[in-house]
Design a protein around this ligand. Structure first.
Ligand SMILES: Nc1ncnc2c1ncn2[C@@H]1O[C@H](COP(=O)(O)OP(=O)(O)O)[C@@H](O)[C@H]1O
Ligand SMILES: [Mg+2]
Length: 494
C-alpha cells in the first residue's frame, strides 16, 4: 500500500487535538461497521479535519499536489465523480474536502487509508497522550473525587465532545444509534472493555452520583449517549485548578444518592402503600396505574421514583416535560404520543418530571395549544398500559381536572425537626443515634431552617465527598445554611 498520510508530527499539535483525533481513529480502526460511513462527506470531512493536525506539513503539501495535479482526460469522468459530489451542508460548517476531480482523488485516498489504519499509528498516539486527561480541571476533579482511570477517560471523552466541534460532528455522523454499536465505539475509543465501561455508567457509580456525566436512557445517537451534566459543564467553564476553587464551583443540586424506601420516613404510610399497589400492578400487568408526586424542590420526588423503579425491578425512563413543550402546532402532541408509545410497559416505568409545564391550569391558558397539551397528556395517560409517575414543584399551577386523573397523589415535604436532627447527626457526627450530642446552639439553628430538604443534605455531603474533607459540625451546618439561602434567593428571583 502507498505511504499513509499520518507520520505523527513530533512536538506538533496540542494534546487536546491529538486526543480527539485518537478517539476518532480508534473508533474507525476497531469498528468496521462504521466503514460505510466513510463514503459520506460529513463523516469523512469531520474525520479528515480532526486528523489533519497530525499530518506532517511536507507530506500534506505532497498529498495536495497529487490531488490537484492536472486532469488527464480518461482518468476520471463525470460518472465516477458523481458519488462524491458535495452535498448541501447543514449550518455553517465548511467541508475540508475538495470539489471536483481533485476531490474524488482525495476521497478515494482517504477512504483507502481510513479503512486500514495501522495499529502502529494508534500505539504511537496513545504514547503521545498517555491516556491522561488534557483539561486541568478534570485532573483536579478526578483527584478530589477519587475517580479511577476509566472514569477519568470517560470524563475526558465527554470534555473533548464539548470542546472540539469536529469531534462532535464525527460522533453525530457515525450513524450509530443502537446501544450495542455505541458501546462498541466507546470501548474502542477509550481502550476499555465494554463491561468495565458499563459498570462506570451505572446510577450508583461516582460519575452519576456526583452528577457529572449521565448516560442517555433511551435510544441515542453516539453523539448523545454520554451527556455532561450541568455541574461538569460549570466545572469546565470555571476551570478550577485547585480543590478550593472546585468547592466554589459546586453550586448545582446533587445527583442521585444511594437510598431505599426506608429512607423516606417523612412519607412513610403513603409511600409503602403506593409501592405495594404499583408492585401488584406490575406483577399482574394491570393497565394504567399512575401517581403524582408533589412538593418543594429537593424533597426527594425524583429520587423516590428511582427507588420505586428499583424496588419493582424496572428501568425508569425520565423525561423533563419542558423538553416536550413546544408552541408549534401538533409538536407537543406528537412528542407525547411518541414518548408513551416507546415505553416498554412490561420492563420500564415512565417519570414525567416538571409536569406543571404540560398540565398548566386550562382556565388560565393564554394560548389554545396549552389546553391542547393538557388534553393530549390526559388521553395518553388514560390509554397507557404501564406505570406512569408525574412530578411537580408547582402543584398550585396544575389543572384541577387533570389532578383528578391521578390515582395517587403523594405530598413531599421539607424535613421535620426530628428528621433534620437525625440526618445532621448521621452526616455531620457520623451516626444518626448521636442526636443528643448536637450542640444546643447548632440544634437551635437547625430548628430554624424550615426550608431544609433531603436535597440540601445531599448537596453538602456531595461537596464533602468531592473534596475529600471532613468539615466540623459547625462547618457542616454553615454549608446547609448556604444551601437554604441559595434557595431563598432563587425563590425571591422567581
Ligand atoms: N430519602 C432520601 N434519602 C437520602 N437522600 C435523598 C432522599 N430523598 C432525596 N434525596 C437526595 O436529595 C437530592 C434531591 O432529591 P430529588 O429527588 O432530586 O428532589 P426533587 O425531585 O423533589 O427536587 C438527591 O440528591 C437525592 O438523592
Ligand atoms: Mg426532581
Amino acid at each position: 500500500m502507498a505511504q499513509g498520510p499520518f507520520p505523527a508530527r513530533s512536538g506538533g499539535p496540542p494534546r487536546r487535538t491529538l486526543c480527539a483525533a485518537r478517539y476518532a481513529l480508534q473508533i474507525v480502526a476497531r469498528c468496521p461497521f462504521a466503514h460505510p460511513r466513510l463514503h459520506d462527506d460529513d463523516f469523512l470531512g469531520a474525520l479528515w479535519a480532526l486528523t489533519l493536525p497530525l499530518v506532517e506539513p511536507a507530506r500534506l503539501v505532497q498529498l495536495q499536489a497529487d490531488w490537484l495535479r492536472p486532469d488527464r482526460e480518461s482518468e476520471l469522468d463525470d460518472e465516477e465523480e458523481r458519488p462524491f459530489r458535495r452535498r448541501m451542508r447543514r449550518g455553517t460548517e465548511e467541508s475540508p474536502l475538495l470539489d471536483g476531480v481533485p476531490g474524488a482523488r482525495m476521497r478515494e485516498f482517504l477512504i483507502a487509508h481510513f479503512t486500514a489504519i495501522p495499529e502502529r499509528l494508534l500505539a504511537q498516539l496513545v504514547q503521545a497522550d498517555g491516556h491522561r486527561p488534557t483539561h486541568p480541571s478534570v485532573t483536579v476533579l478526578a483527584h478530589c473525587a477519587g475517580l479511577d482511570e476509566i472514569e477519568c477517560r470517560i470524563l475526558d471523552f465527554v470534555e473533548k465532545k464539548e470542546a472540539v466541534p469536529y469531534f462532535r460532528t464525527f460522533l453525530r455522523e457515525a450513524g450509530c444509534d443502537s446501544s450495542r454499536d455505541n458501546y462498541a465505539c466507546l470501548s474502542a475509543a477509550l481502550d476499555v472493555r465494554t463491561l468495565e465501561l458499563q459498570s462506570r455508567l451505572f446510577r450508583r457509580n461516582p460519575l452519576a452520583l456526583l452528577a457529572l456525566v449521565k448516560k442517555a436512557n433511551r435510544r441515542a445517537n453516539l453523539e448523545d449517549v454520554l451527556q455532561s451534566e450541568d455541574l461538569f459543564d460549570d466545572i469546565l467553564t470555571l476551570e478550577p485548578t485547585t480543590s478550593a476553587a472546585l468547592l466554589a464551583a459546586l453550586i448545582e443540586p446533587a445527583g442521585a444518592a444511594e437510598c431505599a424506601l426506608a429512607d423516606f420516613p417523612h412519607l412513610a404510610p403513603e409511600a409503602a402503600r403506593l409501592s405495594a399497589v404499583l408492585g401488584k400492578a406490575a406483577a399482574t400487568l394491570a393497565p394504567g396505574v399512575n401517581a403524582l408526586l408533589y412538593g418543594p424542590p429537593g424533597s426527594g420526588k425524583t429520587e423516590f421514583a428511582h427507588v420505586l423503579a428499583d424496588a419493582l425491578d424496572r428501568e425508569l425512563v425520565v423525561m423533563a416535560s419542558s423538553d416536550l413543550v413546544s408552541p408549534y402546532v401538533g409538536e407537543p402532541e406528537r412528542n407525547l404520543a411518541r414518548l408513551f408509545a416507546d415505553i416498554d410497559t412490561a420492563h420500564s416505568m415512565l417519570l414525567l418530571d416538571e409536569v406543571d409545564s404540560l398540565l398548566r391550569d386550562r382556565r388560565q391558558a393564554r394560548h389554545s395549544w396549552e389546553a391542547t397539551q393538557v388534553n393530549e397528556l390526559l388521553q395518553q395517560m388514560e390509554r397507557f398500559g404501564g406505570i406512569f409517575i408525574a412530578a411537580t414543584n408547582l402543584i398550585g399551577q396544575l389543572d384541577a381536572a387533570a389532578m383528578r386523573c391521578f390515582n395517587f397523589k403523594l405530598q413531599f415535604r421539607t424535613l421535620e425537626h426530628t428528621q433534620r436532627r437525625s440526618l445532621f447527626a448521621r452526616e455531620a457526627l457520623g451516626d444518626a443515634r448521636r442526636v443528643g450530642e448536637i450542640a444546643p446552639a447548632l440544634g437551635a439553628r437547625l430548628d430554624a431552617l424550615d426550608m431544609l430538604t433531603q436535597g440540601d443534605f445531599a448537596n453538602v455531603v456531595r461537596q464533602r465527598d468531592l473534596l475529600g474533607d471532613t468539615p466540623s459540625p459547625k462547618d457542616f451546618l454553615r454549608r446547609l445554611i448556604v444551601e437554604c439561602r441559595h434557595k431563598e434567593g432563587m425563590q425571591a428571583a422567581a
